[in-house]
Design a protein around this ligand. Structure first.
Ligand code: SAM
Length: 276
């Protein structure tokens, strides 16, 4: 008799019970034979089994070594199993020459750092289908002028076409989490706006959202002088009496580009010196 497995809350171990949900997730990945898949956290392998049916190469990264005997017994050498913390390892040595699809029921607590790591390595990925907390999925897909819209929405929508797949009720997991989940599909965009200094761009976005209730004009005082703010407003054509949550990705790109126009930055010229 196998001893009962004690789920670790700290590792987000809420295992899927419903095979229909698993099939629906795999369908969204649009897998073709010979696709290379990364599954983060295979757990006991319910999703892994469905992935293998598609005859693709399945690479599993699992932090909890207690699950290895179960996974090895079930799949033997049908999968590549890496006993790793996906956030801690360098991904370079696992990158194949072809683009990867990620399919996973992600542990909740690693969602944002994991997705940011995907963004940093975006050229290696072709499709990401992940189950995450519903509330986070809503923030990722949120549009301007809504309460959910923020840096996470902007960042994800900047790099990906985002699609909300479907909602998964908490009772479909064992043990059930406190909140519902959702599956989202992220497809890397082909043509990104030209941003030479991405760090500066995201610094501007972060500063804009520093205090959501304040006008951009006020938040930008953390980065620019009063005169520079007047110049940015004139050069970008964006009213800085607006709040960050009213601005689209295109508006932020306009603000970023305005900094490089002549005489816009006078005191903080060093902000753009490295890229101009
Ligand atoms: N795929 C299984 C399923 O759907 O039933 C399990 C999903 S469960 C939500 C998350 C899994 O991720 C667990 O097996 C957990 O041990 C693993 N995990 C948690 N943190 C991890 C990390 N940093 N790196 C790799 N795996 C991790």
């Amino acid at each position: 008799m196998t001893p009962t497995f004690k789920h670790k809350k700290s590792l987000g171990q809420h295992f899927l019970k419903d095979k229909n949900i698993v099939r629906k997730i795999v369908e969204l990945a649009e897998l073709k034979e010979d696709d290379i898949v990364w599954e983060i956290g295979p757990g006991k392998g319910i999703l892994t089994s469905e992935l293998l049916k598609k005859n693709c190469e399945v690479n599993c990264f699992e932090i909890d070594q207690r699950l290895f005997p179960i996974l090895k017994k079930k799949f033997s050498d049908q999968i590549k199993l890496y006993p790793e913390d996906i956030l801690e390892i360098g991904w370079e040595k696992y990158f194949p020459s072809q683009k990867i699809k990620i399919v996973a029921n992600l542990p909740y607590q690693i969602t944002s750092p994991f997705l940011f790591k995907v963004v940093k390595n975006i050229s290696h990925f072709q499709r990401i289908v992940v189950m995450i907390q519903k509330e986070v999925a809503e923030r990722i897909k949120a549009k301007p002028r809504t309460k959910d819209y923020g840096i996470l929405s902007l960042k994800m929508q900047f790099y990906f076409n985002v699609k909300y797949g479907f909602t998964v009720k908490s009772h479909l997991f064992s043990p059930p989490p406190k909140v519902d989940s959702a599956v989202i599909i992220l497809s890397p965009k082909r043509n990104l706006p030209e941003i030479a200094d991405e760090n500066l761009f995201w610094q501007i976005v972060k500063t804009a959202f520093r205090n959501r209730r304040k006008m951009l004009r006020r938040n930008f005082r953390y980065l620019f002088s009063k005169q520079e703010i007047v110049n940015i407003e004139a050069a970008s054509g964006i009213s800085l009496t607006a709040r960050a949550e009213e601005l689209t990705e295109t508006d932020f790109v306009k603000i970023y580009h305005s900094l490089f126009l002549k005489n816009v930055l006078v005191e903080h010229i060093h902000l753009i010196e490295s890229t101009s």
